[in-house]
Ligand binder design. Sequence first.
Ligand code: NAD
Ligand code: IPM
Ligand code: MN
Length: 354
Amino acid sequence: MKTLTIAVIAGDGVGLEVVPQAKRVLQAVARKHNLTFAFQDFEWGAEHFFRWGKMMPSGALDLLQSCDAILLGAVGHPDIPDHTTLNGLLLPIRRAFDLYANVRPAYLYPGVKSPLAGREGGQIDMVIVRENTEGEYAQVGGFVYMAQPEEVAIQTSVFTRRGIERVVRYALELAVKRNKKNRVASITKSNAQGYGMALWDRTFHEVATEFPNIETESLLVDAAAMNFIRRPETFDVVVASNLFGDILSDLSAIIAGSIGLAPSANLDPLRRYPSMFEPVHGSAPDIAGRGVVNPLAAILSSSMMLDHLEEGAAAREVEQAVAAVLAEGKALTQDLGGSSSTQEVTDAVLEKMA
Ligand code: NAD
Ligand code: IPM
Ligand code: MN
């Protein structure tokens, strides 16, 4: 029997509610596929910060490194500045393990209502591949004359040819592997960001020449935002910088019904480090602690984790159970127009798997 060691960081807010549900589903699927999960729970996040002054202990990354994968809920607390929490936990993991491809599928499941008129199940089917280690998130900069009237803040984006090339290649290869619309859209703002994003555009065109069967388009991010609404069905794989990929993946999530359905994988495609799987959404303090958060984004993230761990049959079983629950439309949380609890939705997924 294969044993997979999973580092679990539930984190903050609704992360603490959705991660236990994802674990229930993983345990259930494991029983059917001759697998064992050894979960290592790490209670890092805001509570750790209140107690110890930091989001995770020193040596935390070493503890994670020996695991097969990381399952994360969400990070963020209303009483701590977001740049403190996120630069203290989530972002250092993405950077330290060089998880350069952040893969965020947006699929309109049959039975789910898109806020866009006239879109039926299956018609929106795209994957955003977000650069995940550099760009606007490089965290290079500083303050001068701190807290003085003449204070200056510098925040620099860092774009490297190597960084762009590898994520663009990942996106093009993904379009080949999906074999759906065989299309990749690259998103920049090179009309205004004439250095880093001009390098991105050039690199995209160079790498794309190696993929003659993939149709490509380069869009400016403002036009891309409009086209996600106007013609979402035309997108297949979308590759974007760290910040643009972040923003566009909330947009792709909502046109596919809810951010409560949007999973993500932070991948090291070279498999040098554990990859990390987490819902796209945050700690949602506005609904946390009430048992009403949608667990499906976290459950679908664990399906992506199974896929990465070469347990494709188990991954598909989880995804199909989620799809069946959505198609039936009985057990739905409030974000999808229902009134079921987090627990009841997971129960329904487990029933479909049984
Ligand atoms: P959010 O994603 O937490 O919430 C946005 C809105 O969507 C809220 O109204 C929330 O109730 C709703 N929502 C989110 N997930 C849901 C789910 N599963 N089911 C039903 N409704 C859901 O974004 P925010 O409010 O901008 O951020 C809250 C905190 O989370 C901040 O501290 C932010 O920095 C952090 N954050 C963390 C991550 C992460 O850990 N990966 C991602 C995004 C935001
Ligand atoms: C996400 C989140 C994070 C990001 C924040 C919380 C730093 O919004 O994973 O989408 O921007 O990467
Ligand atoms: Mn985001």
